[in-house]
Design a protein around this ligand. Sequence first.
Ligand SMILES: Nc1ncnc2c1ncn2[C@@H]1O[C@H](COP(=O)(O)OP(=O)(O)OP(=O)(O)O)[C@@H](O)[C@H]1O
Length: 379
Amino acid sequence: MAEFGIAAPSVKVAGDKPATATGKALSVVALRKTYGDVVAVDEASMEIAAGEFVTFLGSSGSGKTTTLMMIAGFCEPDSGTITVGGRDVTRLAPQKRNLGFVFQQYLLFPHMTVQENVAFPLTLRGVPKDEIRRRVGETLEIAGLSRFGGRKPRELSGGQQQRVALCRALVYRPPVILMDEPLGALDKKLRDQLQVEIKTIQQELGLTVIYVTHDQEEALVMSDRIAVMRNGLIEQFDTPRELFERPRTPFVADFLGAANFLPGRIEQHDGENTLVRLTQSGTLLKARRHDLPSGTDVKVAVQPGRLRACAADEGFCTGTVETATYVGTLVRAGVRIDGGQGPLLRLEVPAGRGPVAGERVGITADADDVNLFADEQAG
Ligand SMILES: Nc1ncnc2c1ncn2[C@@H]1O[C@H](COP(=O)(O)OP(=O)(O)OP(=O)(O)O)[C@@H](O)[C@H]1O
């Protein structure tokens, strides 16, 4: 077993880049699981580097938990392989895979103190008592729980109990820690705080984490890479920035940023850009270059935060503001495009510069923020 110590090499995550890899921590090849007619996970494949924080993100029933449970060993795949640190663990029992788990339910032993709970995985492995005391002390300190070592779980808040569960997973330094909606039972403020704490510990200790959530913001805040899942398939596996700015499918564009979609047809290509004739307004829009031929029907996708209001008739289209809602630092506006029967175009603009209901506005966006999808890809 690897020596435990908080002096593990510090892994700095630069911007949205994956953490520095020191090798492959885990790989999954063509993993598949069916329940009768339901394909819960369909040929999922991915490689996760040591020190990476990877999130499975998707709506309910998309296959996130099933994938995680197959990695954990609690659910047997129909086919495919799972490798941890180069070792094929596909048919091994969960306890032989040496992975750490943190679930939404804390699953702490109620009759044991915090110290005893955290010590449990080490006791199970026959680690000497002195060594256990040292490791438990270090781990509780990392999570800011040193003062609570003698308490029973019921004497702790939900957030503190979840920190204890995290410590119990950390204490034997497994090569990979699996977390299934660990913050799901906590209120928003505590969730925000624990997101930062977990991320900090993960980076400082260089841990490899696989995390399941259906919360887009949580995934964007915490992850080096996100696997967006839909109907058992991994739709895109990428950095948060790539997913947000370069979604490969309309589903990803919608799921991560609630994109606006506008129908149009490619008119021509112009260097770095593609010109699209919008169906509703008949006007021209400059998008990021897409190699579809002229005349192709497309869906134009732009995130609400990447649209700007400008003077009427100066943008790529003009319309009337129907709704303008103040939400703290932002104004969310809904604009009815001239000539259009479609849904309102949604804009998010800094409060103070927001348009007001009834105002005539032009709409503009940088071409690089406008993505195109072939029409048959939509939906
Ligand atoms: N034990 C089971 N028996 C039958 N069907 C199952 C079982 N477990 C999962 N499924 C089905 O497999 C699909 C994927 O479920 P899974 O729990 O992996 O989704 P999820 O993305 O984790 O959803 P959630 O966010 O709701 O937990 C769903 O259609 C689900 O109904």
